[in-house]
Ligand binder design. Structure first.
Ligand code: NAD
Ligand code: GLY
Length: 360
């Protein structure tokens, strides 16, 4: 078992990583929730049938009254309508302020169940049991929870740290290839912005079988890097923005594909590759770096370039909620493993992208 502590003052919690952990969820939850009687597990229509019963059995053995609340798989479940159904199911189950909610699923279930936990009775205890690679290396750690509104993604949200994060790498065996590789875009991101040695490690294992053989180490490394920025900048007003590497340009690609053509992971991969080229053109990034990132993304069947208009870039940069006024901080690479915020005028970003895209 690998264990990390997210050492937030007064709200420290552990991330536990081990193959087979799904069958020990009950005892680990009992250790951090000694007084809870009921534990409601929110899951989705794909993950519930695969893993729900094992989690329920383990919780029951640990003395919890447990239930499964299943929402349809997919992003549309991060909605007000589904949230209301989750609240109804939680109150119908008899949940009280001293009970707890767990999320068993990918980032959609984690964000939805976490938002329900943050708001029901002004906040109940919450446990993350992430089952996608993206959820294990990113969304289950750090306390961001949200639902989507008509006006945009993640617009109603909260910071609500879990009491515990339990990751079983074995659940990744059932992930469809595409979803596994999308999660890899975020894994590659950690190497790019924080850890050159980790990037080298990934470069030497550019396929799923080789990566799965080292998955406990990969999850541990990514979560360790993420907990570092979360502890330093829980509320995302400083260095947590480094995690945005590839995401601002990625928004433009998601927009260009009408949020259906390109997955988030694919858009982030192309965003990282283009941001690396942009960094070279601005004199920030070493010239040999983009090729290495592109080669790794290509080996993982992730796109390195996505066609996009200036209007898409303008919209993504203008709408990016991390930007302030006319300026935006793009995350660029000063070296491999060293991301930096690079504040620029928004029209300067567009001009630099324009010049870059002519030569790419
Ligand atoms: P997801 O939750 O939709 O999961 C992808 C698909 O995989 C779903 O169909 C799901 O049913 C299926 N699945 C999950 N686990 C499985 C398993 N073990 N075996 C087989 N199938 C499985 O998508 P995601 O990529 O995990 O998360 C995307 C969401 O995460 C977005 O809504 C995004 O906004 C959010 N997110 C949140 C944060 C944060 O910090 N809170 C960070 C990044 C992304
Ligand atoms: N996924 C970005 C963050 O947690 O800040």
């Amino acid at each position: 078992m690998k264990t990390l502590t997210v050492d937030l003052p007064g709200r420290a919690y552990e991330i536990q990583i081990e193959r087979g952990l799904l069958d020990q969820v009950g005892e680990h939850c009992r250790a951090v929730l000694p007084k809870a009687e009921r534990l409601a597990v929110v899951t989705d229509s794909t993950v519930g049938p695969l893993y729900g019963q094992r989690v329920l059995d383990s919780l029951t053995q640990a003395g919890f009254q447990a239930c499964l609340i299943t929402v349809p798989a997919g992003e549309p479940s991060k909605s007000l309508a589904v949230l209301e159904r989750v609240y109804d199911a939680l109150t119908g189950f008899g949940l009280t302020r001293t009970d707890a909610v767990a999320a068993l699923g990918g980032g959609v279930v984690g964000d939805l169940a976490g938002f329900a936990a943050a708001t029901l009775f002004r906040g109940v205890d919450f446990v993350q049991i992430p089952t996608t690679l993206l959820a294990q290396v990113d969304s289950s750690v750090g306390g961001k929870v949200a639902i989507d509104l008509k006006a945009g993604k993640n617009l109603a949200g909260a910071f609500w740290q879990p009491r515990l994060v339990l990751m079983d790498p074995a659940v990744l065996d059932t992930l469809p290839e595409q979803i596994f590789l999308e999660g890899m875009a975020e894994v590659v991101k950690y190497g790019c912005i924080f850890d050159r040695t980790f990037f080298d490690f990934l470069e030497a294992r550019p396929n799923r079988a080789a990566l799965m053989a080292e998955m406990e180490h990969i999850l541990y490394t990514c979560c360790d890097l993420k907990r570092g920025v979360v502890v330093e900048d829980e509320r995302d007003t400083g260095n947590r923005m480094l995690l945005n590497f590839g995401h601002t340009l990625g928004h433009a690609y998601e927009l260009a594909g009408n949020y259906t053509r390109w997955s988030h992971g694919a858009a982030v991969a192309a965003g990282m590759c283009t941001a690396a080229r942009l960094g070279v053109s601005l004199g920030v990034t070493p010239a040999d770096l983009p090729e290495r990132i592109e080669a790794l993304c290509a080996a993982l069947a992730l796109p390195i370039r996505i066609p996009c208009t200036q209007a898409d870039y303008a919209a993504a940069i203008g709408l990016d909620k991390k930007g302030v006024g006319h300026r935006i901080s793009l995350i660029l690479l000063e070296g491999l493993g060293h991301g930096i915020p690079y504040p620029m005028e928004k029209d300067q970003v567009l001009a630099a992208l324009d010049a870059l895209l002519e030569v790419l």
